[in-house]
Design a protein around this ligand. Sequence first.
Ligand SMILES: Nc1ncnc2c1ncn2[C@@H]1O[C@H](COP(=O)(O)OP(=O)(O)OP(=O)(O)O)[C@@H](O)[C@H]1O
Ligand SMILES: [Mg+2]
Length: 600
Amino acid sequence: MQRRAPEAPRGGQQQPYAFKKQKFNFKAFAKLVGSIKPHFWELAIGLILGLAATGMQLMVPQFAKQLINQLGHHMNTGLMGLVIAFFVLSALISAVSGSVLGFFGEDVVRKLRKFLWAKILRLPVSYFDETRSGEISSRLINDTSQVKDLLANSMPTMVTSILQLVGALVLMLLMDWKMTLIMFIAVPLVLVVMMPVIRQSHKISIARQDALADFNGQSSEILSDIRLVKSSTAEDLEHEDGNGKIEKLYKIGIKEAIYDSIASPLMQMVMMGMMVGLLIYGASRVASGTMTFGTLISFLMYLTQMIGPFTQMSQFFTDMAKTSGSTARIQEMLQMPEEDQTSGESVALDGKTLAVDHVDFEYEKGQPILQDVSFEAKPNTVVAFAGPSGGGKSTIFGLLERYYNPDKGEIKIGDTTVTGVNLTNWRSQIGLVSQDAAIMAGTIRYNLTYGLDGEYTDDQLWNVLEMAYAKDFVSDMPDGLDTQVGERGVKVSGGQRQRLAIARAFLRDPKILMLDEATASLDSESEMMVQKALEKLMHNRTTLVIAHRLSTIVDADQIYFIEKGQVSGHGTHKELINKLPLYREYVENQMMLQQAPQTA
Ligand SMILES: Nc1ncnc2c1ncn2[C@@H]1O[C@H](COP(=O)(O)OP(=O)(O)OP(=O)(O)O)[C@@H](O)[C@H]1O
Ligand SMILES: [Mg+2]
């Protein structure tokens, strides 16, 4: 978590608040939807049934007209029964249509999420360096819902709304064209009055959603780093920061309340005015005998039927604007190049020399991190990397894990360039115990076998725990192997976490082992245990170790001294002491550091 000015939007890539009038990119949307192959037949059925239900609703005022016009003569029970059956049937069809469209929507969102989730997991590490995780999960959760809403709710409603409007228009024209004309002059007038209010309230609703997403993202980010907040005594800062966001939501909410409360009475007033006008005109027509009472009533019924479609159509345009943004964000993610995890040959790494050959690398353009780095690790030897902090040691490991690709030069195993080796195959043979031994929320058992296919007996797990000097503390835990370690392993200590990571490495039995030694000073007992565990783990495999402990450095077969992204010298400890003054200085410093606690 980085500190930044409270006003600056976190992440900085997109400015979510501003309501931008986005043009709906139909091509991009169609391509996205087409690529997930949803059950279009469900959409078709839902739409057809929806249209049928709408058509039936259009008939209702016609029946009403007939019923009303017959009043006073005799009760037509047959027609009455028919109308009731019609009502029930139309409700049933409407319900089925709604369900089928709902199924369709869920199918869309499911496929879209699966598609995106698979994509996200295959994006390279560099993508995650650049993009906030909150933003990524928002694409997976919110943007996919948005696409579903447009496709399964707004679009079908739009189609039925059009039928409703056109159908009503035609039927009304057939009944009485003069009355219809008056109504269709009045309706656009109503729209002219209503439009600014509707538009403004849509703007506000979009702004509210963006502000909510922003507040949500920020608060969860802070909650996940609550220890840092507390240790930095940043509560007040975050308090203010959060208050700012809450205030913003409040202001948007106030505006929304005003517009909403203007909108509905205004709408009611205008509708009432229209109705009264129509009634007066209609009543005079009825009085003069040029129109039946039933026709007048059915006109009023059509008028009320038309309000829904009008508001739904404006909702549709808002949804299109929102979905356009969502589609663009999803598309952008889908266009990111993935790691190629499937192609390439499988190569057994044991017994082969690992060589890094004149490698250059930069995380960001124009900021070279590694320059002309070369080294070699013969099978079953220990190669240590030492050097000042920020020199690029962990970066080298990142390249070896193939999180990133070198910009220049190559990495070879035996005679093969690693870019030709299947990525999954490569990573499954490499064990990395990193600087901040990563542990997931879950049980110890879950963490040990994480990512492994096979079934492991308890005995096997206890065995690796024993080799990693972790058996004692795990058996002391209340639930043994099934103890929960908490989010990111907060319930186990740093040294325990490392030993669990080592136990996991034992279980994976990698051909090449990479250890990024933690600088965090463990107490001498757990340091000794970690050290012993590591020595055992190094046995019989090629080991690359970023070494801070002097003992590891001294015992290594080859030491590479990495400084400012370059190899400034290599050799055994003795050789380097003699030929590289910087190394000698480094070792002396390390010695002083490591002796200090004992002499103090
Ligand atoms: N993901 C990243 N994106 C951009 N720059 C990075 C990234 N990771 C590391 N760097 C930069 O690369 C340089 C080398 O970092 P690296 O982590 O390799 O150092 P290191 O030798 O492992 O240091 P230490 O001994 O402190 O762990 C640093 O200047 C760092 O700022
Ligand atoms: Mg490092």
